[in-house]
Design a protein around this ligand. Structure first.
Ligand code: HEM
Length: 487
């Protein structure tokens, strides 16, 4: 395997793939293999890997792990069994009401940005608007109330930026040369030091989470003391996780400390990810009128009114909508780098390479998503690559759709794959369907924020590609768009 320099690896992932092909060693102890077979093997049941030490920089202290950052397989299994409870069918059904309430109000506020009915709104930054919506939904689901960031008088609009500050600080420590020392020092005084001398971004974020959860716990404790009729009970994530039992032991699922950690995790994991994909979706909608027209046509021919847009067979029957979102997830996987995995005792064989115990092997999710053997013309936004062509649908051959599906990796897969996948799908489908039912979308002709720059750095020159900046999940800016109510 070829060995690119560390700096190249950190800076421009698509460039190393172009230069070194699909497999290469990027650090003395780490290999990337960006093929569908490698992805399924590493993250699937026979991968013989566990989450690598990278994840150990994240917990607030060595005693507060959550489902995502737990590296021990046993600890994770227990946590995940309990977490699954909050994503059961019935939990999802009760979550849907919170989605509609927030999305409907969000669309109403967006509409009010037009001076007159039927005119284009002023230009708006969809990255911000999307953050506000997705955070409000997560606030409703995890903390007992919408944060109301979408409301003009909100005092919380700095929160997404605060969270970015937190991610931008911790993520490079995990990847950088200081990572091992940082992890070693955590139980030896570093956790204590951080608790008294944390950077303001971390302190503000943690205080915010603590306050929200203390408020929500009080409400739940009151409910335990004075039960209400079932239909009056607020059934958010907190409710399901608070009362969850470990199905294997029958004991209470999470301690209160764990519950706080899990809710903090769900806010980060559920907001930034979904918001990245939806911002990207609007970037491509605004730049591709052909795609927008086709999508709107499907939505108008499927639903007879706005309120019909909800979970169920009609929403699932929207093939172009699904393909459109699959393509947005491919072009903009929110976790774009490689989720770090360490090989366990006995080693593992991936795409006929034997990788011994203790080394790292993974798949770069962005790299696989742009592998041109799987996705021809990978930088072209083309939902049709996910649809098998037939008499009534323009699409691709069945073989190439199967190939595309085999490389679909945005949610990862296997036991550490995304627990919130079904919720995210529902949320993304409803947002796009309701938004296109209500509005036409166009790009601000004077502001290209969000795309690449022809004069920019190598790898950042494609004006038609939505740009993201890795910090475990992806940071991004824009797009700047305008909306007009459909008559
Ligand atoms: C488009 C939206 C989303 C995408 C693309 C996405 C992607 C991912 C990926 C790639 C992972 C694996 C990360 C790793 O290996 O370190 C993951 C894990 C996870 N996701 Fe998501 N996610 C999305 C939405 C959500 C939502 C809405 C929630 C919950 C509200 C959520 C909760 C989680 C949790 C708790 C984990 C850790 C699972 C475990 O380790 O057992 N995600 N997600």
């Amino acid at each position: 395997m070829s060995v690119p320099s560390y700096w190249n690896q950190m800076s421009y992932p698509n460039l190393w793939v172009e230069k070194y092909g699909t497999e290469f060693r990027y650090r003395p102890d780490s290999v990337l293999i960006n093929t569908p077979t490698a992805f399924r093997k590493i993250f699937g049941p026979t991968g013989n890997v566990k989450k690598a030490n990278y994840y150990k920089v994240w917990p607030r202290n060595v005693d507060t792990h959550n489902t995502w950052n737990a590296t021990s397989i046993e600890m994770h299994s227990r946590k995940r069994r309990v977490m699954n409870y909050a994503f059961s069918e019935s939990a999802l059904r009760s979550a849907e009401g919170f989605l509609h309430a927030n999305i409907d109000r969000w669309l109403e506020l967006l509409g009010s940005l037009a001076e007159k009915e039927g005119e284009w709104t002023t230009s708006l930054n969809m990255c911000d608007w999307m953050n506000w919506l997705v955070f409000d939904i997560l606030g409703d689901l995890c903390f007992g109330q919408s944060f109301d960031m979408k409301e003009n008088d909100s005092k919380l609009r700095h929160v997404p930026e605060m969270m970015v500050g937190f991610l931008e600080l911790i993520h490079p420590i995990g990847w950088g040369p200081l990572g091992p020392a940082w992890i070693w020092m955590k139980p030896r005084g570093l956790d204590w030091l951080l608790s008294v001398a944390s950077p303001p971004a971390v302190v503000q974020w943690q205080n915010f989470v603590d306050k929200c959860l203390a408020d929500r716990t009080r409400v739940q404790n009151d409910l335990e003391k004075h039960p209400k009729p079932d239909n009056e009970v607020r059934k958010d994530f907190f409710y399901w996780l608070f009362k969850a039992e470990d199905p294997e032991t029958g004991k209470r699922g999470y301690t209160l400390d764990e519950l706080f950690g899990e809710c903090e995790l769900l806010t980060i994991a559920g907001s930034d990810t979904t918001s990245v994909v939806l911002s990207s979706a609007f970037f491509y909608l605004a730049r591709r009128p052909d795609v927008q027209t086709k999508l709107a046509k499907e939505i108008f021919s499927t639903f007879s009114n706005y309120d019909e847009i909800k979970s169920g067979s009609k929403l699932h029957s929207c093939r172009y909508l699904t393909a459109f979102l699959e393509e947005a997830l491919r072009m903009t996987p929110p976790v774009s780098a490689e989720p770090a995995r360490e090989v366990l005792q006995g080693g593992t064989t991936v795409d006929s390479h034997y990788i011994p115990e203790g080394l790292h092997v993974s798949t770069g999710l962005y790299c696989l998503s742009f592998n041109k053997d799987i996705y021809p013309e990978p930088f072209t936004f083309r939902p049709e690559r996910w649809i098998v062509a037939d008499d009534s649908h323009v699409g691709s051959s069945s073989d190439s759709v199967t190939k595309a599906q085999s490389g679909f990796c945005a949610f990862s897969t296997g036991s550490r794959g995304c627990v919130g996948k079904n919720l995210a799908w529902l949320e993304m489908r409803i947002v796009i369907a309701k938004a296109l039912w209500t509005f036409e979308v166009k790009a601000d002709p004077t502001n290209k924020l969000g795309g690449g720059d022809a004069q920019g750095k190598p790898g950042r020159q494609r004006e038609g590609e939505y740009q993201t900046y890795e910090m475990f999940v992806s940071n991004r800016r824009g797009p700047i768009i305008q909306l007009r109510k459909r008559s």
